[in-house]
Every structure is written in C-alpha cells, then in structure tokens.
Design a protein around this ligand. Structure first.
Ligand code: CS2
Length: 488
C-alpha cells in the first residue's frame, strides 16, 4: 500500500477523493490506534476534499509500531466496514506518522507550527493520568515530566511543552480535543493541563486557562482490534498488502461541543453533530453502551464466552443486560432533546448483535479500574442519590471483581494500569463476600464515586455472593435471579 498503488486498487474500493499532496497538516493527533484511524481520521478524510488544511500528523506516545507500519505506506491504510458483505475504503487523512520518544524534535516542531490549530487525543482513560480535580502528580510519567518538561513522556506533558513553545513564539494556543470515553472529557483535560502547567509556571497556566479551549466530545463506533483474518481479507480484496488495516461497524457518531477558539474544520459538513448538550450525549453513551459492554465482558467471560455477539445470543446474559439498560440505567439519565431512551437502547442492542463483528470480550475487559468508575459507578451513585435500588447495577461490578480474582489466582497478568493492586486483592480473596469485597473497596481511586456508601457496599457484597463460585452455571443462576428482581 502506497500513494503509487492507490491508482491500481479495484474500482469498488473507496479512496481519497482529493489530491493528498495538496493537503496541509493542521491537526496533531496523539494515540493513532485503531479507534482513531477508524473514526476521526475518516471524518477528516471526508472533509479534506473541501478543506485541505486539516490533514493529520499522528503521534504515538510510546511504541513505534504504528509509525513503522504506516510510514512506508505513506500514512495510508484500509478501513473495513463490517457489513454483510464488508466494504473497504482506503483512508488518506494521515499525512505524517511520528513516534514521540524517537522523534522529539519533529513532534515539537508540529506542536509549535502555526498551521496546527487543533490537537486531538485518543489515549484511553489511563493516558490522562487524572486525579480527582487535576493531574496525578504522583503518576511516574507526570512526575517525570514535571522534572523534565522539555523531554515529556506523557500526553499532558507534551501538550504543555507545545503550549509553552507557542506562547514563547507569540502564537495562540491550539484547541485540545479529547476523543476518549470519559464523562466531561474536555473539562477533565483542561483541569489536567492547567494543573500541570501551574506546577511549572503559574503565568503559563493562566494563559492556557484564559486563551485555550478544550471542547467536550462523545465518540462512538465499535472497533474490534485488527487481526490476521482482517489482514488476509484486505490483501485478497485489494491485491496489495496493507500491514495494519482497521475494522469497525458501519455506524459511527461524533458529537462535539462547539468551542474552538483557534478555528476548526467544518465538521458539520461530514456528519459530526455540533452540540451544546454534550453532557447528555456523553453520559447516555457511556452508560447505555459502554456500561453494558463491560457487563457483557466480565459476566460473559466468567460464563466462558468470547465475543459480544456470542454473549448476546445467550438468553440469560442478553436479558440481564437489557433489563439493566431499561430499568436501572435509563432512569438516571437526563437525555438531550430528541434522544429517545428506548430507541437508543434498541439500536445499541442491535449493534451488539451484529454477527459480522468479532468483538472480543477480553478486549473490552482491559483497564477495568479505569472503565468501571465512569461506566457503572456514576450510575450507581446517581441511583443511590435518588434512593433507587442498585442490586442489579452491582452485579457487573461484582462480575469484574470475580474476573480479577480468577485471573489473579490463575497467575494471569491483568491488562490494567492498577494491575499490581488489583492482583494483590484478587490473590487475597477467599471466596467470602464480606472479606473479598472489603479488600477491593480499599482501592479508593476506583471506588471514589460511591465511597463510604453503606448501601453500595451491602449491594456489592450481595451481588458478589450471588455469583457463588463464579462457574458458568453459578453466573447464569445469578443473572436469572437478579435480572428478575424488583420492578423498578
Ligand atoms: C468498548 C469501547 O473496549 C471497550 O471498552 O466498550 O471501545 C466501545 O466499543 C466504543 O466506545 C464504542 O464506541
């Protein structure tokens, strides 16, 4: 795959509808994983024909894998839309790919370039190194960057290094747009960046706070990790090799708060929803899509299933998750005008059932310490505040704990930034609900949203006990009992 092979692709393969050489880099993106390449880069690919100033410089913060795969391909890669049959498209929006630890000067030059007015991020929840109200200064990457601000390793450190250079050069700050699954992602990013900057230079912090914008956004498209089957399918259909194609469901959505002080692409022309009701959208998506996803991931893994579609074919699991969405989660949400809860839930369940997608539960199970609080504990906190029952909501949380215990006791390393603490609690588990749950609740960073609430602790103990020894049969029995409880 390269600029030269673009012309030789089969006619049915969609390709950039513009002259790539006529585009200019206007966006720096941190974290060019599959999600970015399947989502934001595709919106910009649609836009570049009419607005050539918003091509992307993609920057990996850690590994060289994406750079090494995409640079020889001139930034080109294939997107497979997993319909029946799949549709292929070659995306050209990424014009440069850098690996930050190896190409520091090039990254800094882009961040300080006046043509760059937007920096976007998909660095996953853990990449922000957040504390409750700013940045976690004790995080090793943040501590490193505070002592060596010219040689950053974290996303926050890079953003502030770039802003410092721009201020020194008399340039305006770029807009920073978080595209990760966090409620109020822009507000949290602002607080982290300003907090970090204040620890270095209060005047810089004040300048950023006054001059820069951090719009909030909600992103949505189910993007299973790339695999060999995808590579083979793409090579076969294209007649050329693509080292790192990506795949996603046909559906995608991007809702963005319209707060771009440095100017912005005409996003609305390519289907991005510009909205000031972003908080309604982001919570609806996190709580009605990501939370059920995590519920399926943990409870489904314990039941011995492997993919979301398989879990949705399991009547006990599918029934439980649907009940959770309609009876427990939806009532806690203030939905934006025009978003109907039942229709939204129907569409999500249909997407989960898509048989063309092999979305591994193990992929969704990663990083539970970062996902469970934003996906489930916020709903539980709201339900408690409204005096609503939380027993059903606690079952997926208990499922996560059981999953951690199982992995820890089998000696499997968890993919989670809190692996050490979680595995410690998991190894110490005896099967006694009161003992085990108390061990996990001591992890304050995770359970903060419901901290100290005795009703939550009791419901979590009950759910943990209901899962019994967490064999598939025990999990199914718990699902059936808890799914039917109450008439909330
Ligand atoms: C999933 C998300 O992996 C996960 O945790 O829940 O990546 C989900 O597929 C996307 O947010 C859908 O937009």
């Amino acid at each position: 795959m390269s600029d030269a092979t673009l012309r030789r692709l089969p006619v049915q393969v969609q390709r950039p509808a513009y002259d790539r050489d006529a585009t200019r880099i206007g966006v720096v993106h941190f974290g060019p994983g599959a999600f970015h390449r399947a989502h934001q880069a595709v919106y910009l690919d649609d836009l570049l024909a009419s607005e050539p100033d918003w091509a992307i410089c993609a920057v990996s913060l850690h590994s060289a894998g994406v750079r090494d795969a995409l640079q020889p391909q001139h930034g080109l890669y294939t997107l497979a839309l997993m319909d029946e049959p799949p549709r292929l498209r070659v995306v050209g929006a990424i014009r440069e790919v850098l690996c930050a630890p190896q190409q520091r000067d090039a990254v800094m030059a882009r961040l300080a370039d006046p043509a760059v007015r937007l920096v976007t991020l998909t660095i996953t929840e853990k990449g922000y190194c957040l504390s409750a109200d700013g940045v976690d200064a004790a995080h090793p990457d943040i501590a490193h960057d505070l002592s060596a601000p010219d040689a950053p390793v974290s996303a926050i450190g890079w953003l502030v290094a770039g802003l410092r250079a721009r201020r020194a050069a008399g340039l305006a700050p770029y807009t920073m747009l978080s595209c990760d699954n966090l409620a109020d992602n822009g507000l949290r990013l602002r607080r982290a960046v300003v907090d970090f900057a204040r620890r270095l230079d209060p005047a810089l912090a004040d300048w950023i706070d006054a001059e820069a914008s951090f719009p909030r956004s909600m992103v949505d498209s189910i993007t299973p990790a790339s695999d060999d089957a995808l590579r083979a399918r793409v090579a076969d259909a294209l007649g050329v090799e693509d080292v790192w194609p990506v795949q996603r469901e046909p559906y995608m959505q991007w809702v963005v708060e319209d707060d771009f002080r440095a100017g912005r692409p005409a996003f609305e022309r390519v289907g991005v929803v510009m909205s000031d009701e972003i908080a309604g959208f982001d919570r609806a998506k996190l709580r009605l899509l990501n939370a059920p996803h995590s519920a399926l991931a943990y409870l489904g893994s314990l039941t011995g299933l492997e993919t979301v579609a398989e879990a949705m074919r399991d009547a006990a699991l599918a029934g439980f998750v649907e009940r959770l969405m309609r009876a427990d989660i939806a009532p806690t949400l203030a939905l934006p005008e025009g978003l109907d809860a039942n229709a939204y839930i129907d569409a999500i369940l249909e997407r989960f059932r898509n048989p063309a997608i092999v979305h591994r539960l193990s992929q969704i199970a990663w990083d539970g310490s970062q996902k469970v609080p934003v996906r489930l504990l916020g709903t539980i906190a709201d339900a408690l505040a409204a005096d609503r029952p939380v027993d059903r909501l606690c079952l997926p949380v208990a499922g996560w704990l059981r999953f951690v215990v199982r992995q820890a006791q089998a000696g499997v390393t968890l993919v989670d930034p809190m692996d050490a603490a979680l595995s410690h609690a998991g190894r110490a588990a005896t099967g006694d609900a009161a003992h085990d749950v108390a061990g996990f609740l001591a992890l304050e960073a995770v359970f903060a949203p419901c901290a100290g609430d005795a009703r939550f602790a009791a419901a979590l103990r009950g759910a943990y006990a209901a899962l019994g020894d967490a064999t598939p049969a025990a999990v199914r029995a718990a699902l059936a009992t808890v799914a039917g409880e109450g008439d909330a």
